[in-house]
Design a protein around this ligand. Structure first.
Ligand SMILES: [Zn+2]
Length: 318
């Protein structure tokens, strides 16, 4: 898979929609991942031989939150206070200037994956996406606090685990149960997708990171499991670290669960953009594993020299 994951290109008109897929194709991508693709965009992709994959997220919508407030993730009071403190007191751009790549507590509410009503809502999102797109990409499947949900249902499951095993510590129960929750919901949605459309492509991006085990992605049942070898943000990892992360994810790959795909996050704004030479090196690392996702199309769109290295690198990946 050679995929572009985009949310930067303009998409106000049907002409815009077709321009996104045409640009992805011009770069040499065979797959385009984005939110809410239109039928015109998907048709444009078919004409060019580009699969169009729709993003599916576990973000809580207003109507769902009103109907099922008990099905949303719950964080600890201390974490609510941290989130409120950041929201009330942090200066603009605080996350970047303090070199925190990810919020301690994500501000957007997420569904708790253990509730049947959450799973039904997520299943409906998968089916709606596949009514238009060639595949689905799960994004945002994690925890608001990066490690656990503290709703009554999740607390109860952990208490039973601790009682049944006799001597499991709470930290261990949290780590195990949270990871199982992420693995289970991914498997459930994979089956929903294949049931709705047997030839659907099912992929993801591991985000938000799962603190107890950043490398759990090898357990997710998917066609392609994409994991970040280079993040969007400064300071960029050394190229040696990028190569190490990719090699480690490949070493941990379980082909019976999914095929590892290196994910490269690269923005085009002046504060974050990396040089064409540097991106060429990252793409070469990804190419060693035969697949790549580049997110987003902003950098190759804005900088001709980056477009050139993307195109050259993709041409070398079979
Ligand atoms: Zn929960």
């Amino acid at each position: 898979m050679k995929a572009a994951w985009d949310w930067h290109m303009p998409r106000k008109t049907e002409e815009d929609e077709r321009a996104v897929v045409a640009f992805a194709h011009a770069c040499g991508f065979d797959t385009l991942i984005l939110s809410n693709p239109t039928e015109g965009l998907v048709k444009g992709g078919r004409d060019l031989g580009v699969r169009v994959v729709a993003v599916v997220s576990p973000n809580a919508t207003g109507p769902f939150s009103e109907q099922h407030p008990e099905c949303l993730q719950v964080v600890l009071p201390v974490e609510e206070a941290i989130a409120a403190g950041v929201s009330d007191c942090a200066p603009p751009g605080y996350q970047q200037t303090s070199y925190r790549w990810f919020s301690i507590v994500q501000p957007n509410r997420l569904l708790c994956y253990e509730h049947p009503a959450s799973r039904e809502a997520l299943k409906a999102r998968v089916r709606a996406a596949l009514a238009v797109a060639d595949g689905v990409a799960f994004d945002g499947f994690g925890f608001q606090n990066h490690y656990a949900c503290f709703c009554d249902l999740c607390r109860g499951i952990r208490e039973r685990m601790m009682v049944e095993t006799g001597e499991m510590e709470e930290g261990e129960a949290i780590r195990r149960m949270s990871e199982e929750s992420l693995v289970d919901v991914s498997h459930f949605l994979y089956l929903c997708a294949k049931d709705a459309k047997p030839d659907a492509l099912v992929t993801n991006h591991i985000w938000p990171p799962f603190n107890p085990n950043p490398y759990y992605g090898n357990r997710l049942r998917l066609d392609y499991g994409t994991q970040t070898i280079s993040w969007f943000y400064r300071p960029a990892w050394s190229i040696e670290r990028v190569a190490f992360e990719a090699a480690e994810m490949k070493r941990l790959e379980d082909p019976s669960a999914n095929t590892f795909v290196p994910f490269i996050g690269a923005y085009g704004d002046p504060y974050q953009v990396r040089s064409a030479d540097r991106l060429a090196q990252e793409l070469e690392v990804a190419g060693r594993y035969g697949h790549v996702v580049l997110c987003t199309l902003e950098a190759p769109r804005k900088y001709p020299e980056i477009f050139d290295v993307v195109k050259a690198a993709l041409a070398k990946i079979a």
